[in-house]
Design a binder for this molecule. Structure first.
Ligand SMILES: NC(=O)c1ccc[n+]([C@@H]2O[C@H](COP(=O)([O-])OP(=O)(O)OC[C@H]3O[C@@H](n4cnc5c(N)ncnc54)[C@H](OP(=O)(O)O)[C@@H]3O)[C@@H](O)[C@H]2O)c1
Length: 283
């Protein structure tokens, strides 16, 4: 693959841990980029996984990624954001797009780390990216235009569905989707346990549970309301209404709502910590 593509079209990923690598695998599978993807990470072993992947260029430093790529995806922990952003800032120019996946770190805080008027787009994907099934929400900071948001939308549509949202909604989307994919995994696992309890082999139970979740999701995405799915399935005096009653008596709905609410609150706590630390640092 040629690396002589203009810097503005080259993608770099800093941090190829859980989500950075998921995005990278998703982009590679979609084969949607016109140049090599430049990557860096503190952990050599996380980089070496990609050593033999065509279309990947491993860089020794984050600065090297920032020098080569005009579209930088930052996938490091919120606590590492400040040091990483400050170190790469001198290598970014007016056209560089900085895409942050960090939960709870506002665009305004990232802009202040950059210390110049730079284009920042904050995104919240989930690890469904690994199989092209992320749902990614994004919003631009004050220096990013609608066209910049559309550019990021186009890039990330390779890893799943994309929604452009208001920044104030990102904490809730972090709870519902960034974290929520793990909640669905827990539900699929629990349903499979139910199948095992009822006598099914575990592998079969898990395969059927996951497919059943997929079917429900596809029906709803095709336009059916969740209540319609329930109504069509639950005949009077039948098996489904008995199971739904069991869910009600055990507070499953409240527990799932609470999972999203608590994860959203946690994203908010991270946001306020980042803002507080930033304002203390500025004094
Ligand atoms: N995991 C998810 O499902 C998910 C979903 C949406 C958003 N996010 C967000 O994505 C970010 C990353 O989360 P993650 O779960 O992928 O974390 P992770 O697995 O720990 O990946 C982060 C990677 O970045 C590396 N790193 C740390 N400091 C670095 C530096 N200065 N330069 C280069 N690489 C550095 C880490 O190395 P070390 O291990 O040595 O620190 C690690 O390999 C977080 O901000 C999180 O809020 C995560």
């Amino acid at each position: 693959m040629s690396v002589s593509v203009a810097k503005g079209k080259c993608i770099g990923i800093i941090g190829v841990g859980n989500i950075g690598s998921s995005i990278l695998w998703g982009l590679l599978a979609a084969d949607s980029t016109s140049s090599a993807i430049f990557i860096s990470d503190e952990q050599q072993e996380k980089l070496s996984v990609f050593e033999s992947e065509p279309g990947i260029e491993i860089c020794a430093t984050n600065e090297a990624v920032a020098k080569k790529a005009g579209i930088l995806i930052l996938a490091v922990k919120p606590n590492d954001m400040q040091s990483v952003v400050e170190a790469i800032a001198p290598f970014m120019d007016e056209e560089t797009l900085l895409i942050s996946v960090a939960a709870g770190v506002p665009t305004s805080v990232i802009e202040s780390y950059l210390g110049a008027e730079r284009k920042v787009v904050r995104v919240m994907p989930n690890i469904g990216a690994r199989v092209g099934e992320s749902v990614t929400a994004l919003c631009g900071g004050i220096y990013a235009s609608d066209a910049d948001e559309r550019k990021v939308e186009a890039i990330l549509s390779a890893i799943g569905a994309v929604h452009i949202v208001k920044e104030r909604d990102l904490d809730a989307i972090t709870g519902l989707s960034g974290s929520g994919i793990a909640f669905f995994a827990a539900v699929i696992d629990a349903m499979a346990d139910g199948g095992v309890y009822a006598g099914l082999p575990r592998d079969l139970a898990l395969a059927i549970s996951a497919r059943t979740a997929l079917g429900a999701a596809k029906l709803i995405l095709a336009g059916d309301k969740p209540s319609t799915v329930k109504q069509i399935t639950a005949s009077p005096g039948g098996t489904t209404i008995r199971g739904l009653y069991a869910m009600e008596t055990h507070g499953v709905k409240a527990a799932l709502m609470e999972a999203v609410i608590e994860a959203t609150k946690r994203a908010g706590e991270i946001s306020s910590t980042e803002r507080r630390e930033r304002s203390v640092g500025q004094r």
